[in-house]
Design a protein around this ligand. Structure first.
Ligand SMILES: Cc1cc2nc3c(=O)[nH]c(=O)nc-3n(C[C@H](O)[C@H](O)[C@H](O)COP(=O)(O)OP(=O)(O)OC[C@H]3O[C@@H](n4cnc5c(N)ncnc54)[C@H](O)[C@@H]3O)c2cc1C
Length: 413
């Protein structure tokens, strides 16, 4: 029988969330994970599992048993014929990318970083950008979920309702031990960066979103903004002399051309090109806005920043994500744009974030579960047509709420 380690402080990547669990557990196998969960459940302990701690919301915290799957990593199988990869849930996205490259495959899409644990990233609805590309969880074709009594539940395409419920569940339906993802044939991406002034970006927005596989931008209110997100200086390829109220633009498309490396234009294997560099200097809020309201929402938040909150200078990141059927996905049946803003650690940014929330609510926007938001249970019910079904399923699978914490109970209890 594997022992729990004594607990102690856990902190997320950026340091705005922490907890002191009574015990920590680092299983090395699914059997050990199941045994730990069953034993903790029998002792009446609350159980949460940490990924790589890259969420800004209190979705990991527990005072009971905090699990890490850092010892449950690695590629289990790659089915090149069906273009599917099965990984242990603690595997980092970067490792999946490397394995797929070697097998002549690629992930369909990725977000801005690849250091997250696969299960941690996918269960909050992590997305990249691309108007016709859905979030990463929509590529899950199977997963294994450890239940409170240690039983293993296999969820796959034989029960699509259950799969749609489980893909984005913020760890409330059990601890995921293994995930199978649909991949695709390997591809190289051609990335181009440049800077446009705001109105030029607005004029080009529809065309760029329609004609490029990936399009997104960072709106920078002042010249210093781009440094906060380590964005390169694109003056040399800029269409404007302005350095304030500008958009740092990016498009990426699949190409047959061989790899090249340039400052503002490069070609490389998919997973080598998606990640960008961030340092832990921001606390982020991000909402998925119905696509038809994207430009209006952006104009409203920009106006707020240029008039009322002029000291809030982190860029707005603006991306596109197609709708998907997962019940609690922020993109549930809703083609969306994502709009994110950030406050600096140690700065009282709450009025600003509440004002942004008030604007984005007017457009029926849904938050990223891993980024700061102000939703309560009623909001979740109003925004998610499957919310009550999800809560009923969750209560059936975990009647004692072993996998909830206060934050999650308020949303999904
Ligand atoms: C610098 C930075 C860049 C980011 N870029 C993007 C981006 O481009 N796109 C985007 O959408 N998001 C982005 N995010 C947000 C990030 O992808 C999500 O918050 C993601 O969920 C974090 O993954 P993680 O492995 O760190 O999980 P954690 O934050 O540790 O955990 C997330 C949730 O998953 C649960 N969990 C973890 N492992 C398991 C498991 N095995 N079984 C069940 N539940 C589990 C946890 O309990 C928690 O509820 C970014 C965040 C940062 C800090």
């Amino acid at each position: 029988m594997s022992a729990f380690e004594k607990g102690g402080l856990w902190r997320n990547w950026v340091g705005n969330q922490s907890c002191v669990p009574l015990y920590k557990g680092a299983p090395a196998s699914e059997a050990e994970l199941a045994e730990m969960i069953a034993r903790a459940h029998a002792q009446g302990l609350n159980i949460r599992c940490a990924g790589s701690g890259h969420s800004f919301t209190p979705i990991v915290a527990t005072g009971g048993l905090l699990l890490t799957l850092a010892g449950m990593t690695g590629i289990r199988t790659i089915d090149t014929e069906r273009q599917r990869v099965t990984v242990s849930a603690g595997t980092r996205i970067s490792e999946v990318g490397r394995a797929l490259k070697a097998a002549g495959l690629s992930l369909v899409n990725q977000g801005d970083i690849d250091t997250q644990a696969v299960a941690g990233a996918l269960c909050t609805g992590t997305h990249g950008t691309g108007a016709r590309l859905s979030n990463m969880a929509s590529q899950i074709v199977a997963m294994r979920l450890v239940q409170p009594d240690g039983a293993i539940l296999t969820v796959d395409e034989r029960d699509m309702g259950m799969l749609h419920a489980s893909r984005v569940a913020v760890g409330t339906l059990g601890v995921i031990s293994e995930i199978t993802l649909q991949a695709m044939p390997a591809y190289n991406l051609h990335e181009r960066l440049w800077r446009d002034d705001f109105e030029t970006c607005m004029e080009r927005y529809d065309e760029l979103a329609a004609t490029h596989r990936h399009f997104g931008f960072f709106w920078c209110p002042v010249p210093e903004s781009r440094h906060l997100y380590c964005l390169p200086d694109t003056a040399a390829v800029s269409s404007t002399n302005k350095t304030a109220d500008v958009c740092e633009m990016k498009v990426m498309d699949i190409t047959e051309a061989p790899p090249t490396e340039g400052a503002f234009e490069r070609i490389a294997y998919s997973s080598d090109i998606y990640p960008i560099e961030y340092v832990p200097n921001f606390h982020e809020l991000e909402y998925a806005v119905p696509a038809e309201h994207g430009k209006d929402a952006l104009r409203d938040v920009r106006e707020l920043m240029l008039t009322k909150h002029t000291n809030c200078i982190y860029p707005i990141e603006f991306r596109f994500t197609a709708g998907d059927p997962a019940w609690m996905s922020p993109f549930h049946q809703q083609d969306s744009v994502t709009l994110s803003v950030s406050g600096g650690p140690g700065i009282d940014y709450w009025d600003y974030l509440r004002d942004v929330d008030a604007i984005l609510r007017r457009y029926n926007s849904r938050p990223h579960w891993g980024k700061m938001h102000f939703l309560d249970a009623e909001d979740v019910t109003a925004l998610y047509p499957k919310a009550e079904d999800f809560r009923a399923l969750r209560r059936q699978m975990d009647p004692g709420g072993v996998f909830l914490n206060d934050h999650l109970r308020a949303l999904f209890g």
